[in-house]
Write a protein that binds this ligand. Structure first.
Ligand code: NIG
Ligand code: FE
Length: 406
């Protein structure tokens, strides 16, 4: 079982290698809160008494051979969307790249067309189904972005769906306003005009309804420039929206630098990271979040996360669950990719997906860890020979139960 005596805010560099562990442990949950834990041999007499004679209001479960670890904090998803994009998946198989598909009007614009024709109720139903898939896969807190609206009306529609999900989901949900995901067709020749619309119309309306915890921009080659990103982040900051942005997926775009400059909570993707980028991240409050599911699905380079951790940085992992570049809820598979493709140890990958994921969600110290007094949010595995087996056996369903509370 992985536990923290005192909740930690985030883990950096070498700290990421250690998951504090109690073997042969007991765990007590009362009213959805972790009330105690420790080694079986140190178990207090009153707990042994409950185990010896369980009553109707004290459920006892024998978890011999299982592992218990914190539920994942998935800090980057796009699970509100309409339809699916397997046609583009086939285009990719035939050789087109993500950028080529986007240039032909596919990609994000394709999802925006589908979303425009879909009602708020239907979007809510399908997104909740995906959220339940995430929870079944061990996710205990989640961030959800807008960004398939690309007009004032449809961005607000998406954010209202996310607000409903916040109210009804069994886990904590954070919302991220991502109108700057792509340029809509009516602004294809007037990119700054779309940025004006976001700054002057959308941000104030989103803020008025209190619909967004964060603001996001796809700051990358061929998408939003550093200057446009700075304008939008500055406008969002006036309304208390902290940046969590897409950066450096396609090039050394300057996205990391502009994110850190505006005190982003996280910069995400980071397939392209050099020394200059590592240097600005090192003493910042910004989490470096990698999304190996997208690199896997698109056949693109993986983020150089090993180098970043060795250089003392703090790294998180998230699913990027979306219809175009990562159609998967599985954080277990993200751990496998992190180890197999990015050379993180299973413990580093777990810390990145739990403690550091919670930081990147704005839930540091309350989620992504098991600690006394915190809400009970954890994964119970099936019997396994070791913790490393969980991501090693990369297609086996090894989750027996997920306990969540919000
Ligand atoms: O995080 N890179 C930008 N946005 C998404 C993909 C969205 C899509 O293709 O629908 C991402 O990978
Ligand atoms: Fe994304």
């Amino acid at each position: 079982m992985g536990v923290y005596e005192t909740p930690v805010m985030r883990l950096k560099g070498k700290q990421m290698a250690v998951v504090p562990e109690i073997r042969d442990a007991y765990l007590v949950v009362e009213d959805g809160v972790v009330a105690g834990y420790g080694a079986m041999k140190d178990m207090p007499a009153e707990i042994s008494a409950v185990i010896a004679a369980p009553s109707a209001d004290a459920v006892v479960e024998d978890l011999s051979g299982r592992f218990v670890f914190p539920a994942f904090a998935d800090s980057h998803t796009h699970i509100v969307y309409a339809g699916s994009r397997e046609t583009e998946y086939e285009d990719k198989i035939r050789g087109l790249s993500y950028v080529e598909i986007a240039k032909r009007g596919g990609g994000i614009l394709n999802s925006a067309d589908l979303l425009h024709r879909t009602s708020e109720d239907e979007l809510y139903e399908t997104a909740m189904q995906r959220l339940h898939q995430c929870v079944e896969g061990g996710t205990g807190a989640i961030e959800i972005k807008s960004g398939y609206g690309l007009s004032t009306e449809d961005e607000l529609k998406m954010l209202r769906v996310i607000r409903r999900m916040k109210e009804t989901a069994p886990i904590a949900v954070k919302s991220n306003f991502l109108a700057a995901h792509a340029f809509p067709r009516n602004f294809s020749d007037n990119h700054d005009g779309y940025v004006d619309l976001i700054v002057n119309e959308m941000i104030p309306l989103v803020a008025k309804e209190g619909l967004a915890d964060f603001i996001d921009v796809f700051c990358d080659e061929g998408f939003f420039t550093v200057e446009q990103t700075a304008r939008m982040l500055e406008a969002g900051a006036k309304y208390g929206m902290r940046p969590k942005i897409h950066a450096n997926e396609l090039a050394l775009s300057g996205g990391i630098q502009v994110g850190v400059k505006y005190d982003a909570l996280s910069v995400d993707h980071l397939e392209y990271v050099g020394k200059a980028e590592r240097d600005v991240l090192r003493d910042s409050n910004t989490m470096a979040t990698a999304l190996p599911g997208a690199a896997f699905f698109l056949g693109m380079p993986y983020s150089p996360v090993r180098e970043m951790i060795d250089d003392g940085l703090s790294v998180a992992l998230a699913s990027d669950f979306n219809p175009g570049s990562s159609p998967s809820a599985s954080m277990k598979f993200v751990l496998s990719l992190a180890s197999i493709k990015m050379k993180l140890t299973p413990s580093e990958a777990l810390n990145a997906a739990t403690v550091n994921g919670a930081y990147a969600l704005g839930l540091a110290g309350t989620h992504g860890q098991i600690s006394k007094g915190l809400k009970a949010n954890f994964v119970i595995t099936k019997p396994m020979p070791s913790f490393a087996y969980f991501s090693y056996s990369y297609t086996e369903n090894l989750i027996e139960k997920v306990v969540v509370n919000k």
